[in-house]
Design a protein around this ligand. Sequence first.
Ligand code: ADP
Ligand code: MG
Length: 250
Amino acid sequence: MTSPKDSALDVATPEAIPGEPPTLVLRDVQASYGDTVVLRKVSLEVPPRAVVALLGPNGAGKTTVMRLVSGTLKPVSGTIVLNGVDVTHMPAHRRASSGVCLIPEGRGIFRSLSVRENLELFRPTSSRDIAVDEVLEVFPVLAARLSQVAGTLSGGEQQMLALSRAFFTKPTIVLVDEVSIGLAPKIVDQIFEILRHLSSEGVSLLIVEQYVRRALELASTVYLLNRGEVVLSGSTQDVKYEDVADAYLR
Ligand SMILES: Nc1ncnc2c1ncn2[C@@H]1O[C@H](COP(=O)(O)OP(=O)(O)O)[C@@H](O)[C@H]1O
Ligand SMILES: [Mg+2]
């Protein structure tokens, strides 16, 4: 049996295929922590093989969107559809096997374990395993540091390690939450190269990024979130940098 995930990955061209569902749809999603509502009727769509930027100031609700998509938080109302399948009530571990890979805010690596041990843990136990060596070709910096304790890597190296997770699971969508925060511009360039690489392999990306210009360059669609609501959205060809930057000052 072929899963929607397989069929999406087999497609090398970025053009839409008739009848192909979007990789991700959020429809009127509301989310709360306790009694505090933090997302109000948020709707967004990630087309197949597209890069979508989710931008907005601190506290806007970006990480909350990532949690909803990865399944670690349940919405109060609304629906979440992945590759045409309603996953609103699907638990997080099943969402991972249906093609979602979250690179969480704050890295999500095992700091006290070695680089090699981290890589082994990122590898799913399914038969479609990808060899560690294959992934290391994308991350030569990690190849040179396999026995180093992850917590002693530089910030950039730690972030590379975090990103390597996306190469093990054959995801249809990678959720990237502020991976370049606090890193030097040269390292940020390398991170964006990795994101481009993932995208060129036909993976959809939903990226939360503080580097607004770079995010707008990489993405085809942008959603601007403020105080739990989408206040602006559209093609990155139409949306102006100034309009996005403005929201950060309000
Ligand atoms: N675990 C939590 N418990 C309670 N409130 C939270 C929690 N996580 C986030 N929030 C609140 O939800 C709002 C949105 O947070 P978040 O999604 O992290 O925003 P962003 O990622 O855009 O900075 C903020 O007001 C934040 O304080
Ligand atoms: Mg956040």
